[in-house]
Ligand binder design. Sequence first.
Ligand SMILES: NC(=O)c1ccc[n+]([C@@H]2O[C@H](COP(=O)([O-])OP(=O)(O)OC[C@H]3O[C@@H](n4cnc5c(N)ncnc54)[C@H](OP(=O)(O)O)[C@@H]3O)[C@@H](O)[C@H]2O)c1
Length: 316
Amino acid sequence: MKIVIPGGTGQVGIVLKRALCAAGHDVVVLSRRPRRQDEVHWDGVTPGPWAEEIDGSDVVVNLAGRSVNCRYTPANLREMMDSRVHSTRAVGEAIAAAARPPRVWLQMSTATVYAHRYDAPNDETTGVIGGTEPDAPGYWAYSVDIAKAWEREQETANTPHTRKVALRAAMVMSPDRGGVFDVLLRLARLGLGGPVAGGAQYVSWIHDQDFVRAVEFLIARDDITGPVNLAAPAPLPHRDFMRALRRAWGVPVGLPATRWMAETGAFVLRSDTELLLKSRRVVPGHLLDAGFTFGRPDWPAAADDLVRRLRSTGTR
Ligand SMILES: NC(=O)c1ccc[n+]([C@@H]2O[C@H](COP(=O)([O-])OP(=O)(O)OC[C@H]3O[C@@H](n4cnc5c(N)ncnc54)[C@H](OP(=O)(O)O)[C@@H]3O)[C@@H](O)[C@H]2O)c1
């Protein structure tokens, strides 16, 4: 198949492209700064020659969006919103204008669309959309607004010949340098991998190979449309998540951190504590119902596998 991946130069794109190329597909990445032969220029906003790549392709997987790992300043928040809405609109318009539109459009979304909660897991049918939780800081609602606007842009695109799926993905854990797993592991190795703010908040995650398999599954299954959660079936409290990570590497202790310490750390790392403190309890209802099986459903075994692969690169 010919598969076009707008925004495929980032952490998730690297994982996906590597696997799809290895499976023999023809993969083209759309980037604002193309560096390789299989990368084509676009600006994520306006129509252009890049649309020719989409016309006649089989699948589009749009991953574009400004990283959320930043300080939530008004300018950054605006860019987080605009980069997602504008790029999704541009992709939708290119598909709508195509003489031979792709069969399926997988559009990245996020598990962050769901409410901050501890009491029950969120699946696609009974899950609670966030934004009005009484026990969450008001500004967290903006991340939910971004996710909703992002999905709405795909929903309203006029692409009658193309099946649309929104990927409500949890954190994708891969052994690649600079990815989420790498960053968390570095903290753990520094002795900073203890519970934060008590550690009761849930962490939703998905192993990179399951992420790829779920994407392949969704490409193949013509009966699945709309939002789909891409998360391992066993989200777990942050304190247990970090304990398993420490065990996987062999770090004996992890200093606990208070909310205040986390605020300071996030400031120093130019990040935001929402990424750490929001309770994301998200489960893959549709995938399981459709018969998808996870290769790495449990975090301790997944963490062991990621550590083994990371060590096998010989760089750490
Ligand atoms: N990583 C995760 O675990 C995770 C989980 C759930 C959802 N997501 C979402 O999945 C997407 C991909 O994640 P990722 O971790 O691969 O992100 P990433 O490493 O930040 O990569 C995203 C890509 O989007 C492009 N981009 C950045 N700013 C843009 C802008 N203003 N306009 C158009 N394109 C822009 C960049 O490509 P160029 O610079 O080459 O143009 C970048 O490589 C993101 O939208 C993210 O929010 C990620």
